[in-house]
Design a protein. Structure first.
Length: 118
């Protein structure tokens, strides 16, 4: 954990199937919705061995718009889009400035997704 408002969930190191990984993320989101202290879930899912993006990332990025519409999460962003040229970057780094220094978010790593919680 970076601080008490940001939690890192590294599913890449678990070598899970896509379904197992999504289930683990959903369980974590459910637990954090009860906790209310954590406001950012930084998911390390990897980018897949093909170099074209892994299935976990693809499935997660298909799920996140639905979770947002269902009001289960506030927002999300793929780390490769988390740059100073993006309005979400400006908004969320002003709320959570420690994200700027997080080594997982350096170099626009496409194997990471940020999920912002209510």
């Amino acid at each position: 954990m970076i601080d008490n408002r940001i939690k890192v969930l590294n599913i890449k190191s678990d070598f899970l199937s896509s379904n197992e990984a999504i289930s683990k993320i959903l369980l974590e989101l459910e637990a954090l919705s009860i906790n209310k202290l954590v406001k950012v879930l930084l998911v390390i899912h990897g980018y897949g061995s093909s170099g074209k993006g892994g299935t976990i990332k693809k499935h997660l990025h298909l799920l996140l718009p639905t979770l947002k519409k269902q009001n289960k999460i506030l927002d999300y962003i793929a780390n490769e889009k988390f740059s100073t040229h993006n309005d979400k970057y400006i908004k969320y780094t002003s709320l959570y400035p420690e994200l700027i220094l997080d080594s997982n978010l350096q170099n626009l790593n496409p194997g990471v997704t940020l999920i912002f919680l209510k």
